[in-house]
Design a protein. Structure first.
Length: 87
């Protein structure tokens, strides 16, 4: 679905397996949902799913992505500060 740019449909499937008893499957679903949320511009949601992915299936990829998201949030905040309020 992702290859065909059907992200909403893919996200629906990932949400269905998010509570899978296999932590590897659930963790990968959470990771994919984090990516989806980031693409949608929902950085808070992306971080939430990245945290869930790390809790369910801790590995270098999930931990690293959480850090990348936090760096991106910081960069966006810095950009907002530099641009200042619109007049």
């Amino acid at each position: 679905m992702v290859r065909n740019d059907q992200w909403d449909e893919a996200a629906g499937l990932w949400e269905q397996v998010l509570n899978d008893p296999d932590p590897k499957i659930a963790g990968r679903a959470a990771y994919n949902l984090a990516v989806f949320r980031e693409i949608e511009g929902d950085m808070d949601g992306a971080i939430e799913y990245a945290d869930k992915a790390t809790a369910l299936f801790p590995n270098g990829t999930t931990r690293s992505y959480r850090g990348v998201l936090q760096d991106r949030v910081y960069a966006l905040q810095k950009l907002d500060e530099q641009l200042g309020p619109e007049e």
